[in-house]
Design a protein around this ligand. Structure first.
Ligand SMILES: [Zn+2]
Length: 71
């Protein structure tokens, strides 16, 4: 299994790509599940799996200041 990362050129969603080096697959294409942009297409009989790496939505929540209680 070969692992790599790919980033959508349109919405910058990150994907983890797993490519089998031993199992045969089939030609295919993968589209971004978020914006529909074509991520990759291949004609070789490869077995590939793309997994969306969920953006860390907590990345910005740490700087989010909760509203002050109204007194
Ligand atoms: Zn995208």
């Amino acid at each position: 299994m070969k692992m790599s990362d790919v980033t959508c050129s349109s919405c910058f969603a990150a994907y983890e790509v797993a490519e089998s080096v031993s199992l045969p697959g089939s030609p295919g294409r993968v589209q971004c599940t978020i914006c529909g942009e074509l991520l990759a297409s291949w004609q070789e009989p490869k077995l590939r799996a793309y997994r969306l790496i969920l953006p860390s939505e907590h990345k910005y929540s740490s700087v989010h200041v909760p509203p002050s209680p109204v007194s």
